[in-house]
Design a protein around this ligand. Sequence first.
Ligand SMILES: *Cc1c(COP(=O)(O)O)cnc(C)c1O
Length: 220
Amino acid sequence: MIAEEIKKIHAMLPDGVELCAVSKFHPASAIKEAYDAGQRIFGESRVQELVEKIKVLPADIKWHFIGHLQTNKVRQLIGQVSLIESVDSVRLLDLIDKESEKSGVITNVLMQLHVAREETKFGFYPEELLEYFSCREFEKLKATHICGVMGMASNTDDMTRVRADFNTIADTRMRILDIAPDLRGFDIVSMGMSGDWKIAVEEGSNLVRIGTAIFGDRQY
Ligand SMILES: *Cc1c(COP(=O)(O)O)cnc(C)c1O
């Protein structure tokens, strides 16, 4: 089942759009099944769970951290993940940078945008993020590469609203590039989940994060 879903989604994704298989709350055995079907990028939202899974799964998996990251957990994550998608404050970003420098690694991150109506309290408002880049605060970073933006659409059946949210996320990335045209590798637009990824891709996503459609319902 998992292998079939992985292959089905891979076949549907346009060139240049990557799949992050969101495996949070699912066992390592399920991840292995997806891995054997060719999947290499997996998304997790809790540090402890991720660290346990890293120990028992193949080393060439690219782990993305996609959940709210508490500052006291940052150190455990540094050097373990290929992308932290959910940087939601400057304080967190600066801490990731400090810990990365200390460990002698470069950490890749995405800035999380808050555009959805009420669903999550995490993330930068578009104007806040534009302000961050227009002040050129990113130039202070020593061991962190900001690779783009991540966001979620409102949790609603109103697909017009969902599309508008995705449009805002992708547009914010373009506006940031207008402000700071010298930014390099600011390429990733991570948006789209099981129920809305096709709309997200139409609106410019190049990284979709799909859990339920691959692994089934989560047992919290
Ligand atoms: C859980 C989660 C997903 C996956 O959601 P599904 O609806 O199961 O596909 C995607 N992105 C984030 C940030 C998540 O926390």
